[in-house]
Write a protein that binds this ligand. Structure first.
Ligand code: 3H9
Length: 692
């Protein structure tokens, strides 16, 4: 039974037990409804404690039900039924009370919580608004501004903050059940603050709402739900309780089936499926208690920082004392910047650094459970690093490379014990970016793969398994993005037009401003290596800019000009001249570009490349490509990622447009797998190729 009742004198204890997170599936709602009815009818019960079994309070509505028609009892009715109970209900919160779970708690007459608990209304992150009174009861208890913050950002808050806002009545450090029973026993002697339903809200001036609308629209960049949530809170201040509930419900039901909500649910489940891959079920990861990092440059220091953020002791190895001191300074700089931004406390900087042992002597790695190499992208250098690691590390230590372009199979070619070797490709800045590509070779043991996934979970990263090819999943797609962006330039577009169009599509940055930020030199180096392999990378304008030393912001100019010390991009006449010269060489006809045309010319070929990645068995499933784009490159989450976006748009339309672009010599021919997928409208799940 998902809901059970026990007794402690006059207090009834209602326990919800619906693993893993006590989501409010229909049987839980029905059982709770029946419980309220039964307890109302039982004269011997004076008060009720609502508590949950397992690791958390109710984490919300059951998201997997959202694709189906709503089934009674509906959640808003259940919340109102609890609110109308003839005895006081006390929600006892541990873990997280989220979405519908928090709305149930708001229907209770009191809320008590463990200090470690958090509460929140994360519905906007699923493309919806709270649908069971969250936007109506929260402002009445916590005030309009706090409600706007909670509901439009979807970010949860800790219990102490919730208490300060009036959303929680009491906080306990431990033994929640005993404390809640005691609260319930003494409830008649307590002062009862007015309930949410009894309180009134003062309407705010129009200017208040206009200002908030502007702020929310700016933050949500194309996402519908946050603005609709704001409209619900406004309605709650301007109409009576029941009308506000009806307004909220209508918006909830409209958004529930929207394309954005469908996309965000897809990402929600894809993220969870990615971190616990079915193919590794039953494979026990190795324990990770201490990690070594080789190289203290931007990547190495970022990796060391993310390991420290997760509480892992780190040994940082550099080739000489000067490089080591630079590496340690890089690492301290990362923590200081985090403290400046309020991400960590000022005192934490020294605590983080105290957990780092710096050395130039690799024998310091003899106790490490895992070593991650982040040295210069040169095969010979990396091979020599792993030869040395083979000598000094424990035979069972996992040895990982952070290479982004080299073939891990070749790096490990001479390693003794290649079954413990794996690619762990972090994205820059590693302490911030959530994506982690996990790249096994043909020899990597399943346990090493499982350990890579376990490490990702410890670090709060989104792991995606990738097969071996040039650039794995992410950088291979990035190559297509950049190639297509240049094709647009060669046929009449400008960098600022392209960047603006891609931002309007929802990308966090346009391709040219992103290159200026990261530096054009890394890609130039990779193109050189590709030419060495007999390939012909396409970047005619970028090559010209690199020849001029225009490597981006750090060089004072790249795709844009920058004033001294400024990060504000200005269109550049020099770049325009070089685009014109490269266009004349390419012989592409100039066209006039709308935002939609630019997006089609860049994103549709990325879809085609994504399909080739599936065809080549480099990605396991289309959803993994979605996660790579969202967490590695700022693809709009509310579009569901690259491949979901293509499926939602319709694969026949995607292929038709790609054929037209190919005719105009603006894209590569459509791959077989994508063309075949138009029949079902769905891209297939593939199998990984494990070596090149
Ligand atoms: C809502 O409530 C709408 C209402 O306003 C109105 C309705 C009318 N449903 O994250 P984890 C599964 S909208 C179904 O790895 P953690 C998840 O898929 C909802 N399933 O655990 C996974 O399954 P599996 C608002 C759910 O300990 C397993 O639970 N609520 C749900 O790292 C473990 O999940 C939210 O958005 C769900 N609601 O974190 C809360 N939630 O093992 C979403 C989880 O098969 N949930 N699952 O892969 C969370 O934020 C985290 O799960 C939580 C635990 C913090 C609770």
């Amino acid at each position: 039974m998902p809901v059970s009742i026990s007794r402690e004198g006059v207090v009834a204890i209602v326990t919800v037990d619906n693993p893993p997170v006590n989501a409010l599936a229909q049987p839980v709602r029905q059982a709770l409804w029946d419980t309220v009815e039964a307890l109302d009818a039982d004269a011997s019960v004076h008060s009720v404690v609502l508590i949950c079994a397992g690791r958390t309070f109710i984490a919300g509505a059951d998201v997997s039900e959202f694709g189906r028609p709503p089934m009674p009892p509906h959640l808003p009715d259940l919340v109102s039924r609890i609110e109308a109970a003839t005895k006081p209900w006390i929600a006892a919160i541990h873990g997280s009370a989220l979405g519908g779970g928090f709305e149930i708690a708001l229907g209770c007459r009191f809320r008590v919580a463990l200090a470690s608990a958090s509460i929140g209304l994360p519905e906007v992150t699923l493309g919806i608004v709270p649908g069971a009174g969250g936007t109506v009861r929260t402002p009445r208890l916590a005030g309009v501004e706090a409600a706007i913050d909670l509901v439009t950002t979807g970010k949860p808050i800790r219990a102490p903050r919730a208490k300060a806002l009036g959303l929680v009545d009491a906080i306990y450090e431990e033994d929640l059940l005993a404390a809640a029973i005691s609260f319930a026993e003494n409830v008649v002697t307590r002062q009862w603050p007015a309930s949410a339903r009894e309180r009134l809200l003062t309407p705010q001036p129009t200017s208040f709402w206009e200002e908030n609308e502007r702020a929310v629209a700016k933050r949500s960049r194309g996402e519908d739900a946050p603005l609709r949530a704001l409209a619900c809170i406004r309605q709650a201040t301007e109409s009576d309780f029941s009308s506000a509930l009806a307004f909220e419900r209508e918006i909830f039901l409209t958004l529930r089936g929207s394309a954005q909500a469908t996309a965000l649910r897809h990402v929600f489940f894809a993220e969870r499926a990615a971190s616990r891959p079915a193919e590794l079920k039953g494979v026990e990861p190795r324990p990770i208690r201490q990690v070594g990092v080789i190289g203290g440059g931007t990547m190495g220091a970022g990796i060391a920082a993310t390991l420290r953020d997760a509480g892992l002791p780190v040994v940082l190895i550099e080739r000489d004392e000067a490089a080591l001191q630079r590496g340690l300074a890089n690492l301290r700089g990362i923590f200081e910047a985090a403290a400046k931004r309020g991400r960590i406390a000022a005192d934490d900087v020294n605590e983080r650094m105290a957990g780092v042992t710096g050395s130039t002597d690799e024998t310091y790695l003899s106790h490490a459970d895992m070593v991650i190499e982040a040295v210069f992208e040169d095969l010979a250098v990396k091979k020599s690093v792993f030869a040395r690691l083979g000598e000094v590390c424990r035979p069972d230590a996992i040895l990982a490379t952070n290479t982004s372009y080299l073939d891990p199979q070749l790096i490990a070619a001479e390693l003794v014990g290649p079954e413990r070797f794996i690619g762990l490709h972090f994205f820059s800045p590693a302490q911030i970016m959530k994506l982690l590509e996990i790249v096994p070779t043909a020899d990597t043991a399943p346990q090493a793969v499982a350990t890579g996934f376990a490490l990702a979970r410890m670090l709060g990263k989104i792991p995606v398994r990738a097969g071996i090819c040039d650039g794995f999943i992410g950088n291979r797609l990035l190559k297509t993005t950049r190639m297509q962006a240049e094709r647009v330039l060669l046929s009449g577009g400008s960098p600022s037009q392209v960047d603006a169009a891609m931002r309007a599509f929802g990308m966090s940055m346009g391709p040219f401003e992103a290159q200026d930020l990261a530096g054009l030199d890394i890609a130039a180096f990779q193109r050189k290596a590709a030419r060495g392999r007999g390939e012909a990378p396409f970047a005619p304008v970028a090559e010209r800019l690199c020849a001029l030393g225009r490597f981006g912001q750090k060089a004072g100019g790249g795709w844009y000009d920058y004033g001294t010390g400024s990060r504000q991009p200005q269109p550049s006449n020099v770049v325009a001249d070089h685009i014109a010269a490269a266009a004349a060489e390419a012989g592409l006809a100039p066209r006039s570009w709308s935002n939609a045309d630019i997006v089609d010319a860049i994103v549709l070929p990325m879809v085609n490349e994504g399909a080739k990645i599936l065809e080549d068995r480099v990605a396991l499933r289309p959803a993994d490509i979605d996660l790579v784009e969202i967490h590695g490159y700022g693809f709009p989450r509310w579009r569901g990622g690259l491949m979901h976006w293509a499926e939602a748009r319709g694969l026949p339309d995607v292929v038709g447009m790609l054929d037209r672009l190919a005719e105009l010599k603006l894209a590569e021919p459509v791959c077989e797998l994508l063309r075949c997928s138009t029949v079902t409208g769905r891209l297939p799940t593939s199998y990984l190729r494990r070596s090149s």
